[in-house]
Design a protein around this ligand. Structure first.
Ligand SMILES: Cc1cc2nc3c(=O)[nH]c(=O)nc-3n(C[C@H](O)[C@H](O)[C@H](O)COP(=O)(O)OP(=O)(O)OC[C@H]3O[C@@H](n4cnc5c(N)ncnc54)[C@H](O)[C@@H]3O)c2cc1C
Length: 437
């Protein structure tokens, strides 16, 4: 087979951009095919409500070494989301208030014990299936674990809120092993995990990193090109686009999220467990919501359990001098609690924060988005083996992406980590290795 390029990369999110850059630096000819009309994937720095906002992923941390090395490489400035002073939380529909420190204290015991065994079960977080300890636990949900802890109503409601917020889905649908993996990469410290998830961000948006990596991609990045079929043959891969164009290559890297794997036809069968994961989808099904509001003085946080429209809302920064501010929020069910109009958003937010008045809002429906169908990937029970089977597939078709990462799976960091691994694998397997084919 003649090869148009050495490697076709499907998707120009952080995994696709990074693998394209790395392969280019190794001397490979690369073509990146991206379905959307922009790069960045599930990160999207957009102008909404008169300012730049992250509609998707945004926070990063130096505990996430892969993304932080990119911060260093490109000298990108970072900025802080402030830690809140005051807090409100719902227990059985009733609102309680206190300081943010009190909020953490009330959930501390439950959160700590919910991941107490994480370092034992995943003592090598970057080799998630290395031991056997996870196998018996993988059938359990996070709620199963919380039920074992004998928590009082308040602690249970708060732990349910925190884990549902982490999963962007009701904790009952999320795998305990997923929670333990996040715990393990945070050295078993749930408060460090919280800091990693919502403290530091790119001052100039995730787009600043996406553009920096893009500038180092030597190959072609084609936008608005939907990949419909990936045909793996003994001597190469033929990628067919939705408009019938065929591109041949020695290998292909697929970075599409789990939620849309089913929309691509693979001629070589995916591992059986992986097919099941693609058919069922992972658990995240919620939304991120930005609000412009007034009526609250200074940084606050509010949390609610998974049967409420919003799991969390937090003050981000003042907007102008008139007492307006911008806050971010997450809900765990985009279909049950749609964010369609200002009145509805005010109802959701008003349940949590006394005195608040929302004057504008912005959100993106990732669950309805044909290139995502999910937010950040959080596995359901019994899916770890299937996803790892995809991450380590032999042959000319390789998977990379946050959804298939070993360490910080579901984060920007994981997208970059998996891309570094995929590039190295292809270098050995199809480009320059002794046993290349
Ligand atoms: C609301 C939200 C908040 C988040 N918050 C954070 C956070 O604060 N910190 C953090 O680290 N992470 C966060 N994440 C997760 C993080 O953004 C993602 O895990 C990461 O960006 C995924 O990168 P990726 O390259 O693996 O996948 P993607 O970014 O999804 O890239 C895959 C690309 O493939 C393209 N594609 C898919 N199918 C096809 C096809 N058939 N043909 C052509 N192209 C195709 C898609 O359009 C997409 O551009 C968040 C995500 C969301 C949605």
């Amino acid at each position: 087979m003649n090869h148009d390029v050495d490697v076709v990369v499907v998707g120009a999110g952080f995994a696709g951009l990074t693998v394209a850059r790395e392969l280019g630096w190794m001397g490979a000819r690369v073509a990146v095919l991206e379905g959307r009309d922009r790069i960045g994937g599930r990160t999207w720095t957009d102008t909404r409500m008169g300012e730049q906002l992250e509609m998707g992923g945004g926070w990063i941390h130096w505990m996430q070494g892969h993304v932080w090395s990119e911060v260093t490489r490109y000298k990108l400035p970072v900025a802080e989301t402030p830690w809140p002073d005051t807090a409100h939380w719902l227990v059985g529909g009733d609102r309680r208030s206190g300081s943010a420190a009190e909020l953490l204290e009330r959930m501390n015991d439950g959160m700590r014990r919910s991941i107490e065994d994480c370092m034992e079960v995943f003592n090598r977080p970057y080799e998630p299936t290395a031991g056997d300890g996870w196998r018996d636990l993988d059938r359990l949900s996070v709620t199963d674990r919380l039920a074992e802890l004998d928590l009082d109503d308040e602690a249970y409601a708060l732990c349910d809120a925190m884990w549902s917020q982490n999963f962007n889905a009701p904790a009952a649908t999320g795998a305990l092993t997923q929670a333990l993996r996040w715990g393990a990469v945070s050295n078993g410290d749930w408060q460090l995990l919280l800091d990693i998830c919502s403290h530091w961000r790119f001052r100039d948006g995730t787009v600043s990193l996406a553009n920096a990596i893009k500038a180092d991609v030597t190959g072609d990045i084609q936008l608005g090109v939907h990949v419909a079929r990936i045909d793996e043959r003994p001597d190469g891969v033929v990628v067919t686009t939705a408009d019938g164009r065929e591109i041949s290559a020695r290998a292909c890297v697929v970075t599409a999220p789990i939620g849309v794997l089913g929309s691509i036809e693979f001629t070589s069968a995916l591992p059986r467990e992986a097919q099941q994961v693609a058919a069922d989808g992972q658990s995240s099904q919620g939304f991120k919501l930005w609000v412009r509001a007034r009526g609250v003085d200074g940084p606050f946080i509010a949390m609610a359990p998974s049967d409420e429209p919003l799991a969390l809302i937090q003050w981000e920064h003042a907007f102008g001098d008139g007492g307006d501010f911008t806050a971010f929020s997450f809900g765990t069910d985009a279909r049950k609690f749609p964010v369609t109009d200002l009145e509805t958003v005010n109802q959701y937010v008003g349940r949590l924060v006394p005195g608040i008045e929302v004057t504008d809002f912005a959100s993106h429906d990732w669950v309805g988005d044909p290139y995502a169908r999910q937010t950040w990937a959080m596995l359901r029970p019994n899916q770890l083996e299937g996803v790892q089977a995809l991450a380590t597939m032999p042959g000319r078709v390789t998977f990379a992406g946050a959804d298939y990462a070993h360490g910080w799976c579901s984060f920007i960091d994981g997208a970059i980590e998996s891309a570094m691994r995929a590039a190295r694998t292809l270098r050995e397997r199809v480009l320059y290795g002794a046993d290349r084919y």
